[in-house]
Design a protein around this ligand. Structure first.
Ligand code: GYE
Length: 307
């Protein structure tokens, strides 16, 4: 850290520029790329010196990065935990070193809530419910069965667990909905395509695909077209995120409905970090505001979509 006059950065408690160590999940999806850019841009604007690392979807890499931030004595650590469990030890190390931790995007299942200052991100259970509500409405006049396949996000991650449970809760109210296959596509296009190909081979009669993110839905569209079926007609697709490529597929009629999940968390994250370092109170939970998109709505907003 530098100190002295002419330093335009945000002042750290001990003087000098505030340093944030940020451990990102990876670069698995369009959502993640937009999230990384948002965090990097917001750090610059806030005058915060950002140390950034990409964990390539591996928890062990995130733990290493956090330990290195502790060793470097950064002022604050922020991270998006790839999976929910297994964080207590390293979070205790940060706490013992007096370095505050902010969770962003995904949460941890630690029982000790003093291990982090706040959690900024979406309500993934609610996202799953929104997907289920749309399908319930859409299938109102159908006798059923409505055969659903599900592409889950990364195994053990909060968005995969919660998007699954929120959706199941809503569609579970009507026995005509049947989840005939459900498997992880790791939030990537390549895996989404591969798993959808397998689903199509073992299930001749799929009505609906519920994909936990746009990228897996986009991969699945290739698989569906490859099998000679029409996405959006033969198989209806619901996904989550609303990144530009997903919105394009929605406007084109290939996806039927998208639940928005905003990756633009950078500015709020920097605000929270400043407050935490100034010892101001912050809410334990900050929930992102989000909407949903039909095909008609996607056509209207597509041109102005930022990411
Ligand atoms: O939906 C997915 C990404 O944690 C909300 O991670 C995030 C999810 C997002 O890979 O596209």
């Amino acid at each position: 850290t530098s100190c002295g006059k002419g330093d335009s950065g945000t002042a750290a408690p001990g003087g000098g520029t505030t340093t944030m160590g940020f451990s990102q999940v990876g670069a698995e999806s369009g959502w993640r790329t937009a999230n990384t850019k948002s965090v990097q841009d917001a750090a610059k604007t806030a005058g915060i010196d950002l140390k950034f690392s990409d964990a390539q979807q591996k928890q062990e890499n995130q733990i290493k990065a956090i330990r290195s931030y502790i060793q470097q004595k950064v002022d604050v650590i922020a991270f998006s935990p790839v999976v929910e469990s297994g964080w207590d030890t390293v979070l205790k190390e940060a706490k013992n070193a007096n370095i505050p931790v902010i969770l962003t995007d995904r949460s941890v299942d630690s029982a000790d809530k003093t291990l982090y200052k706040t959690f900024l991100g979406s309500d993934f259970v609610e996202e799953g419910r929104k997907a289920g509500k749309w399908l319930t409405e859409e299938s109102k006049s159908e006798a059923g069965p409505v055969n659903i396949v599900e592409l889950q996000g990364t195994t053990g991650s909060a968005p995969a667990n919660d998007r699954k449970s929120g959706f199941a809760e809503v569609i579970g109210a009507d026995p005509k909905f049947k989840i005939v296959a459900s498997q992880s596509g790791d939030f990537t296009r390549a895996k989404g395509k591969e798993v959808m190909e397998a689903f199509l081979k073992s299930n001749p009669d799929i009505d609906v695909l519920y994909a936990h993110n746009d990228d897996m839905a986009l991969g699945a569209i290739e698989a569906i077209e490859g099998a000679g079926k029409v996405p959006g007609k033969d198989i209806k697709i619901i996904s989550v995120d609303a990144v530009k490529d997903g919105m394009q597929a929605l406007a084109d009629g290939k996806i039927s409905y998208i639940v928005e999940c905003s990756p633009l968390l950078g500015p709020q994250l920097m605000d929270l970090a400043k407050k935490v370092l100034a010892k101001e109170d912050v809410p334990a939970r900050v929930v992102t505001e989000e909407t949903t998109f039909t095909q008609e709505q996607a056509k209207k907003v597509l041109a102005s979509r930022q990411y």
